[in-house]
Write a protein that binds this ligand. Sequence first.
Ligand SMILES: [Zn+2]
Length: 551
Amino acid sequence: MDIIKKYALKNAIDHNGKAVAKAVLPKVLGEDPSLKSDIPSLMKNIEAVVKEVNSMTLDEQISQLKKIAPELLVRERSVQGLPDLPNVGSHVVLRLAPYPSGPLQIGNARMAILNDEYAKKYNGKLILFYDDTIGTSSTTDKLSKGIMPKAYGWIEQDLKWLEVEWHETYYKSDRLEIYYDYCEQLIKKGKAYVCTCDANVWRSVYKAGKKPCPCRSREVEENLYLWDKMLNGAFSEGKAVVRLKTGMELADPAVRDHVIMRISFKDHPRVGKRYCVWPTMEFSWAIDNYLLGVTHVIRGKDLMKEDVVEKQIFDMFGWKHINYLHFGRFSIAIPKSKLKEMIKRGEIKEYDDPRTWNIPSLRRRGIQPEAIREYILHFGMSLADVEGSPEILYGKNRKIIDPIAKRYYFVKDPVKLRLHGYPVPFEAKVPLHPEVEFGYKLYKLDRGETYILVEKKDVNKEARLKDLMNVVFSDGEAIYSQDDLSVKKIHWVLDDHKVKVKVVMPDARVIEGYAESYIKDCKVGDVIQFERFGFGRVDSLDPVVVYYAHR
Ligand SMILES: [Zn+2]
C-alpha cells in the first residue's frame, strides 16, 4: 500500500494537489512488477488511495510524502542539475515577476536563477516583467511597504550581478488598458460581474456559505454600466470590485468568485494617479502570460491557488493551457522575525545592511554571484520547504574566493610591545597568498628595535610571529628567539605600518582593530582574508572598512 500511496502523493504534488490514478499505475508497476498479475484489483486500490490523497490539502500531501518517501520530493535531476521541463515545444518562454518593493531577496534570487537556468538550458526567452500593480504582492512579501521607485533600478542591478540574462522588459503599470479590455470582454461573456457588496459581508455570508451574492445575477448591461463607473472613479476604494465567476461551490474558499479588479486611488510611482482600477495578480498574469506567449511559469508553491484562477481565465477565453511548475518556500536560517521587527522599528535603515540578507547585502560582504547560484541550484526544484543553512553558502563561496583573496593580518584588541633582539638588518617577505603568486609584503627592520601589535589573548610565553620571527614574551616586550616552527603562529602588525580598520560583522556589530598598511593597496570591492579571522570585502579605504563574509 505504501508504494501506491507514495506515488499517488507524488503525482498529486506535481499536479496542484490532484493525482490521477492512471498516471500512478505505471510508477507502481515499475517498482513492483509482480503486481502486473492482477491489474484490475490493483487499479481499484490505486483509485481508492488517489481519492483519499486528493481530499488532502497540498501541504498535508507534502508533509505525508516527506514522512514516507522524502526522496520523491526532490524532483529527478538531469545531468545539468535540474529536471527537464514538461511539454517543451519549439521554444520556451519564461518570465520573472519581481514586485519592486526593495532590493532582491535571496528567495527572489531563487526564482530568478531557476528561470534563468531553464532559459539557458532550452535556449529560450526570459522576460523581466515588473509586477508593479497597486495592491499586488503582500501575500508573498510581508516586509513590503509598497512599490518603491528606486527598486526598479536595484532589481536590474541585482539581476545583472547574479548573471541573470533577460531579453525583454515589461511593466504591468504600462498595461492597464489591456487588462481593462480583457476584463470588459469577460463581463460581456457573462463570466465576470461587478460586486458592490460590503467585503466583510461577502466573506462571511456568501463566500463562507457558498452562496452567490445578489450581484452575481446582474445583467451584462448593468455590469458594463457599473464597470464604467468604476473606471470613472465614481466608487470609492472597497465599494466595488469585479469578480470572476470561478464558482461559489469550489472546495477551496480562497478561489470562490475571485476578485480580478479592484479600486485604488493610491499614487503609483510610474503612472501617478492616471488609473484608479487595478487588476489582481492572477488576472494580469493570465492575460500577460497569454499575450506574451509564456510557455512555462516557474514559481513558488505559495502561488498554486493563482494557477487555478489563471487556468479558469484561460478556459473562459478558450486559450490553450500553459505549464506551471513550483518549488517550495525558501529561506535562510537567520532570525527573521527579529529582522522584521528591526525593520519595523526603523533600526535597519541601509538597504544593504548585512542583517537584511538581501542580494546587495550579500554582495557587500563579498559573497560571489556564482556561490549564490550554486547554492540555489543545490536545492534545485525541491517542493519541500527549505531552510538553507548559511554554512552551505559560505562553503561554496570560500571555494571561489580562497584562491583570489589576498592575505592580511588584522589585530583586534591589541597590545603594543617592544620587539627587539633580532639581528639587523632584518628582512621578511610575507607572501600575499600561500599558494598563488600575488607578490609579498616586505618588512625591513634596520634599527635594533621596533614596536609591534599583537592580540592580547595571544600573549603567552612564546609565539611565532607568522612569516617574521619567533619571540618570547616578557614584561611588555617581545624578544627575538631561535626559529622553531612548532611554536604557535600568531598574526601581528608593525606599529610603523599599521592602519586602523573597522570590520562590519553580519550582525552589524563593528569590530575595530589594526591591519597592515599594505591593505591600502587593495581596491574597493576586493575580497581579502584576514588570517585566523575570516574573509571579507573591502568596502572603503579611507577609512578602511571591511565587511565580513565568513570564516
Ligand atoms: Zn456582490
